[in-house]
Ligand binder design. Structure first.
Ligand code: SF4
Ligand code: SF4
Length: 402
């Protein structure tokens, strides 16, 4: 794809210029969502099984996309005769643990690594059939391990475990909350593909630098109930002598073993805090596997650039919004739609916010990309450049205002 891609955009502040003068008072963002959808959902036929890829947010995050917008997507699919299902994959749960805040107040962070827990959070955030009008299904099964291996010639990866359930749908609509991200710099359509549509195995590949291995000095079967073995969903762990061994050819990176192991550092893993560019590029390799195996023409994208914090919807302290609401974007091109959101974010002035010492920050001027300015560890160009290298779409777009 080298020609300009169309990105439809509705401003969150202005009235829409509808031909009927009586309708010119419409400013409502749900109504604007429907008008964007009417432009981009040109590929849906009656009886199509349509997967609506969502991210319902994480426990204790309050910046996730409101379910009201997803309900509009469901309604638009039904209006075209399609059969909508909300689709999602399990989280890897890097920060998954219980914290006792006080004697009778315990909170569970990042507890969305299996279907039961994930569904509870989705329902809490309004993503349930009784509210949005479509059921929720997990593409990678209850534990996040059901996948189809897809060969690619990516920047780093040659094979990707794409979530198996994706292929049950005739069409996919990727619904994204545009916001910052602590590693990928920003989250939008591309990240929904590259992280949100793959099984845990390829989420692990991004977030950890090496394969898991047993630390023989710490692993001690006389001090545990061999929880790692009972937790492993693919029987990749067995006991040899006095300690466990992992058959890495079987491991699907679900992280269950080291979360359950009671002995500190018995299972060695190296969280990726150093190769952030590589992490982002691998995510775009994943995205290429998803798009190439599923079919680019069968996917449409809608980004909601509302309530835009520096961190993603998995993070508990996602910060205050860094820029004003930027609007609703729709496209058939995942690079073009994310680039249009990034350009809008760059061109906007930032919002001042109270820092951790209670002092107001100075606004960042229009023309400066805010996510990098506020978090120098990241760079938004890494994700876009890797997506271009993987031929996921076009960086050149034409913005068509609704
Ligand atoms: S890895 Fe942990 S749970 Fe497994 S045998 Fe070793 S100490 Fe026990
Ligand atoms: S070895 Fe650990 S991470 Fe790998 S599949 Fe088994 S439980 Fe999951």
């Amino acid at each position: 794809m080298s020609s300009k891609s169309i990105v439809y955009w509705a401003s969150p502040y202005e009235m829409m210029g509808l031909p009927d003068s009586k309708s010119n008072m419409i400013t409502n963002n749900l109504v604007k969502t429907r008008f964007i959808l009417d432009k981009v959902l040109d590929n849906i036929n009656p009886e199509d099984k349509v997967g609506i890829k969502i991210h319902p947010g994480n426990a204790y995050n309050t910046h996730y996309l409101r379910h009201d917008y997803v309900r509009e997507v469901v309604k638009a699919v039904k209006a075209k005769g399609g059969i909508p299902t909300l689709i999602e994959t399990q989280g890897l749960g890097m920060y998954s643990y219980q914290i006792n805040m006080s004697e009778n107040y315990t909170i569970c962070l990042d507890c969305r690594t299996n279907a039961d827990d994930h569904e509870k959070i989705a329902h809490l955030h309004g993503y349930s059939e009784s509210i949005v009008g479509a059921p929720l299904k997990f593409l990678d099964g209850d534990k996040g391990i059901e996948s189809r291996n897809v060969k690619i010639d990516g920047i780093h990866l040659k094979e990707v475990a794409v979530a198996a359930g994706l292929f049950e749908y005739d069409k996919i609509i990727v619904v994204s909350h545009f916001k910052g991200h602590p590693q990928a710099a920003f989250g939008g359509a591309l990240k929904q593909l590259g992280v949100g549509c793959v099984a845990k195995k390829n989420k692990f590949v991004l977030h950890y630098l090496d394969d898991l291995s047993i630390n023989n000095r710490n692993c001690n079967i006389s001090k545990c109930a061999q929880e790692c073995i009972s937790e492993c969903p693919v029987n990749a762990i067995k006991i040899e002598g006095e300690s466990a061994v992992i058959d890495i050819s079987l491991c699907v990176g679900c992280t269950a073993c080291f979360k359950k192991c009671p002995i500190k550092r018995a299972i060695k893993r190296k969280f990726n805090m150093t190769d952030i560019k590589g992490l982002t590029e691998k995510a775009m390799d994943n995205a290429a596997a998803v798009v190439n195996s599923y079919g680019p023409d069968k996917i449409r994208y809608i980004n909601f650039a509302f309530d835009i914090p520096l961190m993603c919807d998995c993070v508990v302290n996602a910060s205050a919004p860094v820029v004003p609401d930027l609007g609703i974007f729709g496209s058939s091109d995942p690079i073009a739609i994310d680039k249009a959101c990034l350009d809008a974010e760059t061109n906007a002035p930032s919002l001042p916010f109270l820092d951790m010492k209670g002092q107001w920050t100075q606004p960042i001027k229009p023309g400066i990309e805010k996510f990098k300015a506020l978090n120098p560890m990241v760079d938004t160009t890494w994700q876009i450049n890797a997506a271009v290298k993987n031929k996921l779409g076009s960086i050149d777009y034409e913005l068509v205002k609704i």
